[in-house]
Design a protein around this ligand. Structure first.
Ligand SMILES: Nc1ncnc2c1ncn2[C@@H]1O[C@H](COP(=O)(O)OP(=O)(O)OP(=O)(O)O)[C@@H](O)[C@H]1O
Ligand SMILES: [Mg+2]
Length: 215
């Protein structure tokens, strides 16, 4: 479990300020939903929390320890963070099962295999274990990406529009899988969406990023 605190966070790309003075605190095992229009900086915020980008100002703390500050960030692999990117970003040279097993290197083989099989089953991906990403539909690839993020049972789970491009029945199903995982593992969750109804279904504190002026 991990408490997340963000203070005075700012990030610009060149002269374009995307985030400014952002503060956010999520208790260990708590949920934050980040809402905002396209271009408001939602993905940028998750990338900063994961350690994939450096802030221009401010700090990101896990359990009170600084993980990111201007000029320094703890490497993503040391953060115990699981992230589902907005586009699935699966490893193209690995099949579905290998993608899900990706973060389980330290687990005993039989336990890792069992966990992969469980996730394939709960996400309705049985029979697709041997498929490569180019052989999966968009919705299947998205579920494999979610399974890959859940498999190592990270303390902090960052989900970037994880239900987008799923039909309604699948949305309900995948949301139920996610809720079961949250109940069992109690990770801290940061959930990005642009859909207020989805935000309400997830619950937790809502942080709305303003759209940029003139857009
Ligand atoms: N690497 C980059 N270099 C330059 N500009 C970038 C970069 N990444 C993002 N941006 C810009 O920063 C702004 C915020 O992007 P971001 O992807 O965080 O938005 P978002 O809220 O996730 O949008 P969406 O809902 O469309 O996914 C956008 O205007 C985008 O064009
Ligand atoms: Mg985005």
């Amino acid at each position: 479990m991990s408490e997340l605190e963000i203070r005075g966070l700012a990030k610009a790309y060149g002269t374009v300020k995307v985030l400014e003075g952002l503060a956010l605190a999520v208790p260990s095992g708590g949920r934050a939903v980040v809402l905002g229009p396209s271009g408001s900086g939602k993905t940028t915020l998750l990338r900063l929390i994961a350690g994939l980008n450096l802030p221009d100002a401010g700090e990101i703390l896990f359990d009170g320890a600084v993980m990111s500050a201007p000029g320094w960030a703890a490497p993503p692999s040391t953060r115990n963070v699981g992230m589902v990117f907005q586009t699935p970003a699966l490893w193209p040279h690995m099949n579905a099962a290998e993608n899900i097993r990706f973060g389980l290197g330290r687990l005993e083989r039989s336990i890792a295999r069992q966990r992969v099989e469980e996730l394939l089953a709960v996400l309705g991906l049985e029979g697709l274990a041997g498929r490569y990403p180019h052989e999966l539909s968009g919705g299947e690839a998205r579920r494999v990406a979610l399974a890959r993020a859940l498999a190592p049972r990270p303390a902090l789970l960052l989900l970037d529009e994880p239900l987008t491009n799923l039909n309604l029945a699948l949305k309900v199903e995948v949301h139920a899988v996610l809720e079961a995982h949250l109940a069992a593992q109690q990770p801290t969750l940061v959930y990005v969406t642009h859909d207020p109804a989805e935000a309400e279904a997830i619950g937790g504190q809502v942080f709305t990023l303003p759209g940029r002026e003139g857009e």
